[in-house]
Ligand binder design. Structure first.
Ligand code: SF4
Length: 321
């Protein structure tokens, strides 16, 4: 039997959603650099993990490269919001590149914790996803002291020199609940494991997860706008499913929504990852309205007002001009 189309269809839109302060700062840094110095501006890795943002900046003259060695000597390179290891800074210096470091200050905070604990000869257990740029950057601060913990299974494989000098840190964009589970498992093995001085999972990741939990409880379907390589966006899909949604999908664009996802659904939740511009969410709402989802309500369990200043190298030149 065909599923019935409900007569009243509503959309619950999570707030906060979309751009966080670190992403906003990184994207504006590339835009301002293009205005100030002219194209091309080189950017190491995707400035933020969003396909649309990268394409838009490319169209304005940004050139995205994987490594600094691809940047011609003497040119300007912007480091992405996810941060880089000291080895990358060194390589840029050797190639006489002018750098603009758009590393999010909250990622820099984790780098500083890693340096401090490594300086005190601690072993550091870095909870995060193998291969993620942020993890590579943080681990590069003290490779001989840092071990990656990627998933519960990896806990049993950890070897440490001295369990009384052991601390855990984490990637900024993890699932809060999963990280608590991993830390609990680590503490079963290492009861003297030290907690970081403050949360490493950043405010934006936490707030978006709090908000998606609220809408998931009342939605059959949650659509998360975000790219496949965006860690915080993928976590939102998992959290939505854990907190009551029957289904949740990650979409880059409104056009990715399949009609069959909406069959028999009367409430759709919508949110977006921290690297997603609001225009993409608006396009999703337009698409949903065409399917009769025209009762749109915003659900805001947390207020968010964080802003970061632009990278200082850029601020200096902008002031001078
Ligand atoms: S998600 Fe968090 S750590 Fe990452 S750029 Fe945004 S504020 Fe910074």
């Amino acid at each position: 039997m065909e599923p019935k189309t409900p007569t009243s269809r509503r959309v619950l839109v999570a707030k906060p959603r979309g751009y966080c302060a670190g992403v906003d700062r990184a994207v504006v840094a590339v835009e301002k650099a293009l205005e100030q110095y002219g194209a091309p501006i080189y950017v190491r890795k995707q400035i933020v993990h969003n396909t649309h943002v990268v394409k838009t900046l490319e169209a304005r003259g940004a050139i995205f490269v994987e490594e600094t060695e691809e940047v011609p000597e003497g040119e300007i390179v912007v480091f992405s919001a996810h941060g880089v290891s000291p080895a990358v800074h060194e390589e840029a210096r050797n190639r006489q590149l002018r750098t603009i470091d758009a590393t999010c200050p909250l990622v820099t905070k984790v780098h500083n914790e890693a340096k401090r604990f490594a300086g005190q000869d601690y072993d550091i257990l870095l909870i995060g996803h193998e291969g993620h740029e942020e993890v590579e950057g943080t681990a590069g601060e003290a490779p001989e002291h840092i071990q990656l913990v990627d998933g519960l299974d990896s806990v049993d494989r950890i070897q440490v020199k001295d369990p009384s000098r052991l601390v855990w840190l984490s990637q900024t964009t993890l699932s809060v609940d999963e990280t608590v589970e991993t830390v609990n498992r680590l503490k079963e093995r290492f009861p003297t494991l030290l907690d970081p001085p403050s949360d490493d999972i950043c405010y934006a990741t936490q707030n978006r997860q709090v908000a998606v939990k609220e809408i998931a409880a009342e939605s059959q379907l949650v659509i998360v706008v975000g790219s496949e390589n965006s860690s915080n966006s993928k976590r939102l899909v998992e959290v939505a499913k854990d907190y009551g949604a029957d289904a949740s999908y990650l979409v880059d664009y409104a056009a990715d929504i399949r009609d069959e996802w909406l069959e028999g659904v009367d409430t759709v939740g919508v949110t977006s990852g921290a690297s997603v511009p609001e225009e993409l969410v608006e396009e999703v709402l337009v698409r949903l309205a065409k399917h009769g989802f025209d009762d749109v309500r915003e659900v805001q369990p947390v207020d968010e007002r964080v802003r970061f200043a632009l990278p200082h190298e850029l601020r200096k030149d902008l002031r001078a001009s």
